[in-house]
Write a protein that binds this ligand. Structure first.
Ligand SMILES: Cc1ncc(COP(=O)(O)O)c(C=O)c1O
Length: 400
């Protein structure tokens, strides 16, 4: 990327995990131009057009589960999650939801009640929808229960059943649980491998739907279309946005046809599934397949993690490195023993990187998030990491 002054940046951020194919990929640009010459808008709630049908079919294929599915289109991630909330309520006729501390699902009034990663997202907006209970995310580096995996026997899953469902949040009144398979805004946190299968068993036992928010982790970023596939779990509703159209506003909620059984008019919008955005999205899916970008995400992500883990050995400022594919977090601490978070140092490193030509942002309280476009090469990762390591080295030297 180049800014107005001609400064050049390596992109480790993708416009918050949006630019899967990088900036202005020629095939996306051409599809946008071609579609804009044919049909720019026609409300899909009342009339169909080819790109939305083609994309709908593709989304039903790339989401887990072989049942017949339906797709609801919208314009953003929050709207996709909002649709999932309404759909789950309409279908189950149950009022309650479960979500995680550290979660991010959007900032509309409905999704704000699910979101719980920073007080600023909710401050001065209360009362919210009161029907959401938050449970601790499986964040093993900072276990909310002070336990250690695997000796903990994953108390965080049993906690949901024993301390929440059996004590104050009746399962029979619960429509759905919202999950991010890799927690994004909350700090790029990856659960242990046996977490989601265990969770799904409990939710199935009580008939609670699982909404898989793939808005940040989906579209191949972790090396699979949906990050939840890493754990072999089939969710009931999947939501997409961000990278789906590599820069144009588009969101979608995909569910089993029998679950998306609301009647016409119970949920709709004017712009969702815009033909130009759908044409861009069709190219995104094709290019990810043809250029084997999920394989690239897996390969480059493993390399990125390896390099960051080497830095962790050298610099006490880096306390933890974790990730899947090209969704990688490096958590900053003042001391690797005490794990005291280092948000100031984190910001200093981020700003130094920016001044030296690396666009990168933070997540959670004290984590640097690495989410480059899926087309990134090893050479560019090396160039970006040289800038990052230079900044880490300087800030690390200031630690007491
Ligand atoms: C996991 C997740 N869900 C939902 C959203 C909301 O998406 P949007 O900003 O498009 O409303 C985000 C945005 O960061 C996200 O990361």
């Amino acid at each position: 990327m180049k800014d107005v002054d001609g400064n050049q940046y390596i992109d480790f951020n993708s416009g918050i995990a949006v630019l899967a194919l990088g900036q202005c990929h020629p095939r996306v640009v051409k599809a946008i131009k071609d579609q804009a010459e044919k049909l720019i808008h026609y409300s899909w709630t009342d009339f169909y057009y080819q790109p939305i049908i083609d994309l709908g079919e593709q989304l039903t294929r790339i989401t887990p589960g072989s049942v017949s599915k339906k797709v609801f289109f919208c314009n953003s991630g929050a709207e996709a999650d909002e649709a999932a909330m309404k759909m789950a309520r309409w279908h189950t006729r149950k009022p309650l939801f479960l979500a995680y501390t550290g979660a991010f699902h959007g900032r509309t009034f409905g999704t704000m009640a699910l979101t719980a990663s920073k007080p600023v997202q909710r401050r001065h907006f209360f009362p919210l929808l009161s029907e959401v209970t938050h449970v601790p995310y499986p964040y093993c580096y900072r276990c909310p229960f002070g336990l250690t995996y695997p000796e903990c026997k994953m108390w965080c899953v049993d906690f949901i059943e024993e301390e929440v469902l059996k004590k104050f949040h009746p399962a029979e009144d619960t429509a759905a649980m919202f999950v991010e398979p890799v927690q994004g805004e909350g700090g790029y946190v990856v659960p242990p491998d046996d977490y989601f299968p265990r969770l799904k068993k409990i939710l199935d036992k009580y008939g609670i739907l699982i909404v898989d928010d793939e808005i940040q982790s989906g579209m191949g970023r972790t090396g699979k279309w949906c990050a939840i596939e890493h754990w072999g779990v089939t969710p009931d509703i999947v939501t997409f946005a961000k990278a789906i159209a590599s820069g144009l506003p588009l969101g979608a909620a995909v569910a089993a046809a029998e679950l998306m059984d609301w009647e016409g008019g119970s949920h709709a919008n004017t712009f969702g599934g815009n033909p130009v955005a759908c044409a861009a999205a069709l190219q995104v899916l094709d290019v990810i397949r043809e250029e084997k970008l999920m394989e690239n995400a897996t390969r480059q992500g493993a390399y990125l993690m390896k390099r960051l883990k080497e830095m962790q050995q050298k610099y006490p400022l880096i306390g933890d490195v974790r990730g899947k594919g090209l969704m990688v977090g490096a958590e900053f601490v003042k001391d690797q023993e005490t794990k005291e978070p280092a948000p100031k140092e984190l910001e200093e490193v981020m700003n130094k990187c920016f001044r030296r030509g690396l666009a990168i942002i933070t997540a959670g309280k004290s984590t640097m998030r690495f989410a480059p476009p899926l087309i990134i090469t090893r050479e560019i990762i090396d160039e970006g990491l040289e800038i990052f390591e230079g900044a880490v080295k300087e800030v690390n030297a200031q630690l007491g």
